[in-house]
Design a protein around this ligand. Sequence first.
Ligand SMILES: Nc1nc2c(c(=O)[nH]1)N[C@H]1C(S)=C(S)[C@@H](COP(=O)(O)O)O[C@H]1N2
Ligand SMILES: [Mo]
Length: 523
Amino acid sequence: MPPEDDNDDIGPGRAAVAGAVAAGAALAAGELAASVRAPLPGPVYAVANRVVDNAPGWFVAFGKNVFGLADKPALVAGTTLLAVAIGAGLGLASRHSPRPAQVGIGAFGLLGMAAVAGDARGGWLGAVVVNAVAVTVGWAVLTLLHRRALPPARLVDTPVNPAVTRRSFLTAAGVAGAATVLAGAAAGQLRARSAARTARDSVTLAPGAGADEVAAAVAEAGTSPVTSTPGISPLITPNGDFYLIDTALLRPQVDPANWTLRITGMVDRELTFTHDDLLARATTVAPVTLSCVSNEVGGKLVGNAVWQGVPLVDLLDEAGVRPGASQVASRSVDGWTCGFPTEAAYDGRTALVAVGMNGEALPLEHGFPARLVVSGLYGYVSATKWLSEIELTTFESFDGYWIPRGWAKLGPVKTQSRIDTPRRGADVVAGEVAVAGVAWAPHTGIAKVEVQVDEGPWQEATLGDALGPDAWRQWVLPWAATPGRHNLRVRATDASGATQTDVQVPPLPDGATGWHTVPVTVT
Ligand SMILES: Nc1nc2c(c(=O)[nH]1)N[C@H]1C(S)=C(S)[C@@H](COP(=O)(O)O)O[C@H]1N2
Ligand SMILES: [Mo]
């Protein structure tokens, strides 16, 4: 029999574990309760904020020096660890009875209440609710663990086997610990989302160069009958309808307060920009069609948005790209990477560190606070969302995320056209039918779109207004539909005179080709 069962009290190990787990559970419960109604600060955040507000200057400066941008997470982690250590101490003081730890947890609840109430985003009601939840959970966990940790001699009413109590203590402590970690993680996730949302909502974008011209062109295009064809893709894809592709299990929720963009590698001077730095710079506004290499012919993984951002070359020139830096690699806060030839940044095409999308700050899911948008390159080689680093390197020495997974190292967008209406398999009434859709060849531009009905002649469609070489173009062809089954087929020719090939290849490794073909039945 282990020595801790020799007297009536709980062994020191279990006592400390019980106190520590109870303290952790209380904090996690408080944070979770607060994060449901975020931006209400939870006890940990409130205490950490109080520390920052009241700490002497040298302490804050020390934190910034040692932890840099991570000073806030470090402070939160430090506060948590301290509270858990105090919990362990309270546990040790409660080997005979849970009373001291219960009183201690209650006292900390009052402290937390004062901190939350005193926080700028807090208030008394939230403070009471959050800390009542925290204290209740802390008490419950402590009482439960304390009881399970008691030596059998104390459990006079129930004959118990010491091995069972030992296991039941460990199980209970393990379950409570795991639940605490999960609750803490969930609270962190909710809090991050809310911090990122709040930050995004408060962004005001200064007018960017070209904004008026783009707005006028979009308005002008809107008067064309092509644009009003029922069923055609809108000229500008609304943010909420824009396709989403990323590898993240949980999409990053980036609070710009904890974010920077660094330019590193083969440059004369490494640079760091905050979100405010980027917002304060001269930006350009440009419509660019973004598409995914995985898009099947006729697929939906493509959209056209008006992006606003700092021209990539401006940032690269400021950093001073060294000779031989043949690749612009980039990295996301979630670790995702990609890269494209440096030439693409310098050949005059639209290449932005984008902060805005369709007149708003970048949506969280489309890469807030900043992402890359490079016309004419598929997203998987260029369009890093939640951009954290741009590294100048050589083409040979770095492969982005998708390259070792079988996708081509170079990802120029292949010219494509899509029939939006009528839809595949649609029942169409005989008579005049508008066949319409979009075609894109960023950054070359679309010169011509042709439609073929069955094995008939290729007929030239009417094009909507061009917003520029980077944006997709709407098109429409009036068709005198006759009863029966028909195949509608489309192909585009870009401004360099190249026509889409009819050779069908799948997306892997460098993008699908072939003519979008839509079977319809006319009655
Ligand atoms: N961080 C990150 N950025 C990313 C990706 C990703 O998986 N992670 N996917 C890329 C791919 S493959 C595409 S097609 C575009 C899609 O951008 P969207 O989701 O805004 O449409 O983002 C690119 N940027
Ligand atoms: Mo993609």
